[in-house]
Design a protein around this ligand. Structure first.
Ligand code: SF4
Length: 190
């Protein structure tokens, strides 16, 4: 089963999918990652008492840190936070990242969590929300056909990497590679 977080990783570099799913390499992550994890735990605690008034949606249940898998779609993941109403699921992400607007890789990742929730609870999935730690502004994402198609397109590419069991080509540039935890293992890089 493909973990949803690899959708975002694939868009950064397809090789990360290979290292992650097909090798035993355990990279050491930079301090930023552990800070992100702390931030994540903090947001989860805060969410217990949040009312989400800014989102302006009706909901009857809050989902926190829930593992969901779907055999038919061949995907799984831990949903950090989602609101459930009678007929709709709405995933929400708080990212420990500076960003002025939602990145498309984060949108695709959110789509993955949304579709997992939608299938599990048999409810519509039409929108999601994302917030970045630099300003805490909450962005609404309307789910479109293109987002759906792009998500499943990336998913099929990940499955191909797993089936081929070979290190894929990568167009990652120096900027990406220099911040990548797998740099030591990519011999064809500077
Ligand atoms: S070092 Fe570069 S090519 Fe290798 S996995 Fe990381 S981003 Fe991809």
């Amino acid at each position: 089963m493909i973990p949803i977080n690899l959708i975002r990783q694939y868009t950064f570099c397809p090789r990360i999918v290979y290292y992650n799913l097909l090798t035993n390499i355990k990279p050491s992550f930079p301090r930023q990652v552990s800070l992100g994890s702390d931030y994540h735990i903090l947001q989860e605690k805060l969410s217990v008492n949040r009312k989400f008034k800014k989102l302006n949606i009706q909901y009857s249940e809050v989902i926190l840190e829930k593992y969901i898998e779907n055999e038919k779609l061949n995907i799984c993941g831990i949903v950090d936070l989602a609101l459930l109403s009678d007929d709709e699921v709405t995933p929400i992400e708080f990212k420990f990242v500076d960003s002025k607007k939602p990145s498309y890789s984060h949108v695709l990742q959110l789509y993955g969590y949304g579709i997992l929730l939608s299938e599990k609870y048999n409810k519509d999935f039409k929108r999601a929300f994302i917030s970045y730690s630099n300003n805490m502004k909450i962005f609404k994402i309307e789910i479109t056909r293109k987002i759906e198609e792009d998500f499943f397109n990336v998913l099929s590419k990940i499955v191909k990497i797993v089936d081929a069991n070979m290190l894929p080509e990568s167009s990652a540039d120096e900027k990406k590679c220099s911040q990548c935890e797998y740099l030591n293992y990519c011999d064809d890089r500077f």
